[in-house]
Write a protein that binds this ligand. Sequence first.
Ligand code: M6R
Length: 612
Amino acid sequence: MCGIVGFTGNNQAAPILLDGLSKLEYRGYDSAGIAVRNGEAETEVIKEKGKLKVLAEMTNDGKAVKGTCGIGHTRWATHGDPSAVNAHPHSSDDGNVIAVHNGIIENYQEQREKLIKKGYSFKSQTDTEVAVKLIDYYYKKYSNEPIEALSHAMMRIRGSYALCVMFKDYPGEIYCARKDSPMIIGIADDESYVASDVPAILKYTRKVYYIGNMEIAKLEKGNVIFYNIDSEIIEKPLTEIKWDAASAEKGGYEHFMLKEIHEQPKVIRDTVNSVVKDGIVHFDSVTLTDDEIKALDQVYIIACGSAYHVGMDLQYVIESLTSISVRVELASEFRYRDMKLKKNSLAIVISQSGETADSLAALRLAKDKGIKTLGIVNVVGSSIAREADNVFYTLAGPEISVATTKAYSCQLVAGYLLALQFAKTRDEIEDISYTKFLNEINTIPEKVEKILEDKVRLQWYSNKLVNISDAFFIGRGIDYAIGMEGSLKLKEISYIHSEAYAAGELKHGPISLIEDSTVVISVVTQDKLIEKTVSNMVEVKSRGAKVMAVTTVGNYFLEDTAEFVCYIPQIHSLFSGSLSVIPLQLISYYVSIGKGYDVDKPRNLAKSVTVE
Ligand code: M6R
């Protein structure tokens, strides 16, 4: 969602802020702004509706704004429409306090009314302006002391925030406060950075601090001091980000999504190799004991969007390899349901960003209910990674495209490995089968490469879909789970209405939507279910549908029913999802570019959904 960048050092701040914000564009935004300060001089605030290039033009790429300390923001509108006045930074009435903010302040109406009674006035419709004026109120009340002002404001604010604040009396310093919104602090020689996500500062430093919930940080040139809510100084460990700067660039590809699709063989291999040593899975960071794994009789997989679809696939894998029952829950539903969680259960929360608000809330709820939690997370040091009892890091590297591809694929193999290891620990799999399955998982990267070689044919087929208005994805079992992901991919970047149905459900309603030329994409890889799904394909074809199929090499008879067939290499049907999803990713990519859309930054969407 919104993006934050801050810098203080010896270099000019504005070009660094604009550059950092450009690396956060993928998060989604509709206006942008910067505030830069040159020593004791007045702070200059420039903000406008629209893309960053507007800001770059207004400031001659930042060169027209002088100063070595500043904060910048890209805003994804929540309170108030996208406009210059609602864009951040926001200032106190006297300009003494200037801030940018990510998150949502839930009690902003109540605080706004109190502040109005105290003589404050408001220019914008935002919750952020309320936070700024609340900080200003406490700043004046507590003898112009920034840490006191922030900690008192934090005690009054309900909701989530990553706040970066500059105070007129403290040139060269940036104050940050955080609760439930991502924010990292980077450090280099004589320079300090703050950002809502790693790519913004990766070019400048890999040394970062993670600021915790309800903590405050004071940034000076090359130095950071952390405080708790009681204004006491606290120590934080310095961590090194392993991602290299090039991995957050397009590397010759036209779009991040295409690059990330092509990175899949490597990142799947990296994720597998991170835990498989000498033919055995070693989960160093998963501290569940063998006895705890043996006692498990229920797993809850909780996630949002594509990560939820990973859970939909994994339920078949875990239930097939072990005697553990699995429930897959949307985090946004789970958190507000009064579910009776079983005692011997494990909540697996899957999240690329590790910051999705609903997933984080669901994780906390599971912990409150006393069950063990495990995060499958991509972003190191993210909230879910830090708060889960156990964490399995996927090694997808930075994923910039809003539509997830490589993180999804890494989550899937991470889940296979967990399932396999659970089965082994519980003595539910023979050694020979364990080794056979592990060998199958090891073949996934090269098989994905093979599918990518067929992309020209997929591009040709995708061009036929550019003008369709509806698509249906059908499949059974794992194929249904993959259809759900294919359908989401298509709709989120091509804006084509699409739905996924369990093929057996067609006759219970959706088949009435099938008419001449309706596109039906069927995923048909589960040996035991092929005939059943083919019957459904025939049923829709006889009602005029144009049918496409993704199936395994050898199932050539599908060409009798489907007008286009994409073949994936042979693999054990439990792991076919890792292969069948690839053509669906490519199709949605090619349809989106065929329609001329901004494939990496689809409208209304944000990469990391940090508010409800
Ligand atoms: O960061 P997370 O994995 O928690 O994100 C979950 C969803 O927001 C995400 O998968 C979303 O559905 C993507 N846009 C799908 O491509």
